[in-house]
Design a protein around this ligand. Structure first.
Ligand SMILES: Nc1ncnc2c1ncn2[C@@H]1O[C@H](COP(=O)(O)OP(=O)(O)OP(=O)(O)O)[C@@H](O)[C@H]1O
Length: 765
């Protein structure tokens, strides 16, 4: 992952600057219009950054002088007349651009019930909200670039602390999982739907919104009783550079759009029973969110995200690798003054939060980075050991009682154990690097198969799902349907009396695509099995490494009780030396790897260059053959060019000059055109292609020009020698892009190539 400074998402520049890779959470406030049944307005936008809340008795002269008015300042304030477009443009459109560039982003709507959150996030068909607009912009940006981009989405609701899949509610409640360190939070079994069609996405969004738990309350006829989280992931895969299409750079950005349930007061909503219970859950999770915001804003070292699923899900958005925008919603009505004030205070606190934003970029040729990481770790360990050597630690009294023999035996034992532990650690580290490289290759290959399937499915109007089993079944069903449809058409065609013509093959609609997609499913299943195996193996190795590290720590801790300070220093110096040697070895290997990559790239370039030259030769020879056959009179400049070319070819053939290809042998050298042309094999392939062309003079029994001067040479005139004439080939045809091939067996080959490469590269000398 490469940390990079993101572009600004529109923050107020008057605020204190944040560290380069830190981004302050952007806080916007939106005031919804006063409703007809709400009489008194006590809250308004003074300008684009300030909200005023009026206070005091209406008849109080001080109030009339606005002495009690409270003023709150934010990054941006949207007044009652603000449009959906304006809100989207200012708060979210930059996030969308950043997500397309590989950053994570979150926009969430906060506020009391009925304050306008769902209106902003979802909206309606006439006033589409942020979710619709963001999805539209993402699809607009990746349109026609299906090869490079993959977009997936998921939509969940958090209702009474239970997670439901809004795109597939029948799945029931889903589990929230995280690793032991509380990182990597995931919802198990959540549908991740991949599609490239805006229409399909809009239908899915509508379907999800319909599935959301909405109930009327006294304050809002369509009150959302749940938090809704829409996530869109954009993955952009591009070759690392124009000449090397085998190494890819993957940028992955994720946009979370969240419509929170509204905070509420039981006496105002007049909720009873189930509604009251819902309100309690909503308030509890929002309270947990408020606590996190307070802790983060106050710079606390420990923030408790574990109090609710909402805060666990929002952890990254609040403190992790994410650009975040909070849109606080308030009502201008006097009835909701307290709720609005609370929201404004919350939003004010959130103004102080910043997140550490990094672009999620992964270079597939990252073994070099892996080596460098280990080298850095080793160097850090060296400086730690060096510091330790300076420490004077209390010794055990037993040490003094040992005789010289016993002491040296103890030193030997410990030295051996520590060095052994270190060697095992290094072995395990290398093994992990190897496994990671292999898993990366598998991941890339899986991505490629997913793309093949999703393209096929979207071509056949099916939504592609990462839920593999469902999608596999769906694909097979589609294939069956396509076949049935074709049978019906074929039958209809036959019964209309077209027996003879009705011979088209029912499987021929897209037989290649169909078998490719079946093949892709097979590949994917293999890859997944392999991924599981390797991930499991990785887990074992990690455990072993951790145990080995612990052994090292225990041995080190034992030193003061067994050795004198001098003996301990001697051992620490030795461990330092071993670390240094290993770090140097790793650094050398990393350099070697860089050189290997350079050489591979050069070889690839040379191969392409050779191929281009061969093609040029073929094109020119064929053109010359046609010119001869059609008896076209050559313009003098072209004739001259041909002569120069001819001369170059002869020169290349009869001198010791070797083309830059290491693979080329003398036999591979381009023969003079006359030789190619007079080669019977070449002539056969040419004439069989152009059977309508008039026969060449030799074939039609014309004069044989003999081996010294072919027909072509005769047409072009005799070879001229022009000292110093440079090579002037016709412009090269553009070289075909060397993308990952999609041929039938390419999956296996590619995967094997990647893994063999990786293992060879990481295996060390
Ligand atoms: N900016 C706005 N312009 C026009 N109408 C709005 C605006 N904001 C909210 N409304 C209307 O106010 C009502 C309540 O809004 P909405 O349902 O979005 O509130 P909410 O904050 O999501 O409430 P809850 O938390 O109870 O779900 C809706 O009828 C909505 O159409």
């Amino acid at each position: 992952m490469t940390p990079e400074t993101p572009s600004s998402s529109g923050s107020d520049t008057s605020r204190p600057p944040v560290k380069s890779a830190e981004e302050r959470l952007m806080v916007a406030v939106r005031i919804r219009p006063l409703k007809n049944d709400e009489s008194q307005r006590v809250l308004y936008a003074r300008d684009k950054k300030t909200v005023i809340v009026e206070d005091g008795d209406k008849n109080d002269p001080c109030r009339q002088k606005k002495l009690y008015d409270k003023q709150y300042t934010y990054d941006v304030v949207f007044g009652e007349n603000s449009s959906q477009e304006e809100v989207y443009d200012i708060t979210t459109s930059n996030l969308v651009k950043d997500v397309l560039n590989g950053y994570n982003g979150t926009v969430f709507a906060y506020g009391a019930t009925g304050a306008g959150k769902t209106h902003t996030m979802v909206g309606d068909s006439n006033h589409p909200g942020i979710m619709v607009r963001a999805l539209n912009d993402i699809f607009e940006a990746v349109r026609d670039k299906e090869e490079e981009y993959s977009v997936t989405m998921s939509y969940l609701e958090l209702y009474n602390e239970n997670i439901r899949d809004l795109l597939n509610p029948s799945l029931g409640y889903l589990e929230l999982r995280e690793d032991s360190r509380g990182r990597n939070i995931q919802v198990a079994g959540l549908s991740e739907i991949s599609t490239t069609s805006t229409d399909e996405v809009m239908q899915l969004l509508q379907k999800g919104n319909k599935a959301r738990t909405v109930e009327p309350t006294a304050l809002n006829q369509t009150s959302s009783r749940s938090h809704a989280l829409l996530s869109v992931t954009v993955r952009h895969t591009v070759p690392l550079n124009k000449t090397d299409h085998l190494r890819m750079r993957i940028k992955q950005g994720r946009l979370f759009m969240i419509d929170l349930a509204g905070s509420e007061r039981a006496n105002k909503t007049k909720n009873r029973g189930k509604r009251l219970q819902e309100g309690a859950h909503i308030n509890r999770s929002l309270l947990a969110l408020g606590n996190c915001i307070n802790a983060l804003a106050g710079g606390a070292r420990y923030v408790n995200y574990r109090d609710s699923k909402l805060t666990r899900l929002l952890k990254d958005a609040l403190s992790g690798n994410c650009k975040t925008v909070m849109i606080a919603h308030v009502s201008p009505s006097s009835n909701q003054k307290d709720e609005s004030r609370n929201t404004l205070i919350y939003a004010d606190r959130a103004n102080n939060i910043s997140t550490k934003v990094e672009r999620n970029v992964l270079d597939v040729s990252y073994q070099v980075t892996q080596y460098q990481t280990v080298v850095n770790e080793l160097r850090a360990e060296i400086s730690r050991l060096q510091n330790k050597m300076k420490e004077e630690r209390p010794r055990s009294a037993d040490i003094k009682r040992m005789n010289a023999e016993e002491r040296s035996q103890e030193v030997r034992n410990l030295r051996e154990q520590i060095v052994d532990t270190f060697k095992t650690q290094m072995k395990l580290r290398r093994k992990l690097m190897e496994i990671d490289a292999h898993l990366l290759g598998l991941g890339m290959e899986a991505e490629r198969q997913h793309l093949i399937i999703s393209h096929w499915e979207s071509r056949n109007n099916k939504l592609y799902k990462n839920n593999v089993n469902a999608s596999r079944a769906q694909t097979q069903q589609t294939i069956r349907q396509v076949k049935i449809k074709l049978y019906v058409i074929a039958d209809g065609f036959r019964s209309a009396g077209n027996e003879e013509d009705a011979s088209f093959d029912v499987d021929s609609d897209d037989p290649e695509g169909e078998s490719a997609v079946q093949q892709a499913w097979g590949e994917l299943a293999d890859i997944e099995r392999e991924q599981e195996r390797w991930t499991e193996l990785r887990g074992h190795i990690e455990l072993k490494l951790e145990a080995c590290r612990q052994r090292g720590v225990t041995l080190e801790d034992k030193l003061p009780s067994l050795l004198s300070s001098d003996d301990e220093r001697e051992i620490l110096a030795l461990i330092c030396r071993v670390h240094e040697l290993e770090a140097d070895k790793m650094a050398l290997q990393s350099e070697r790897l860089v050189r290997q990559h350079e050489l591979k790239r050069r070889d690839l370039l040379i191969l392409r260059y050779d191929r281009q030259r061969q093609l040029c030769e073929e094109i020119i020879t064929r053109q010359r053959q046609l010119i001869e056959e059609l008896k076209v009179k050559l313009p003098s400049d072209l004739q001259e060019l041909y002569q120069m070319y001819q001369q170059e070819i002869h020169a290349a053939t009869y001198t010791d000059f070797n083309p830059p290809s290491t693979a080329s042998t003398n036999q591979d050298k381009l023969p003079p055109i006359s030789k190619i042309y007079s080669d019977p094999l070449f002539r056969r392939s040419m004439t069989s292609d152009a059977s309508n062309s008039p026969p060449s003079s030799s074939e039609s029994g014309g004069e044989d020009t003999g081996p010294k001067e072919s027909n072509v040479d005769r047409v072009m005139g005799h070879i001229v020698t022009r000292p110093g004439a440079g090579m002037r080939l016709p412009p090269l045809p553009p070289s075909p892009p060397h993308r990952l091939s999609r041929s039938r067996d390419s999956g296996h080959t590619m995967r094997r190539a990647i893994s063999e490469d990786r293992i060879a590269e990481t295996a060390g000398p």
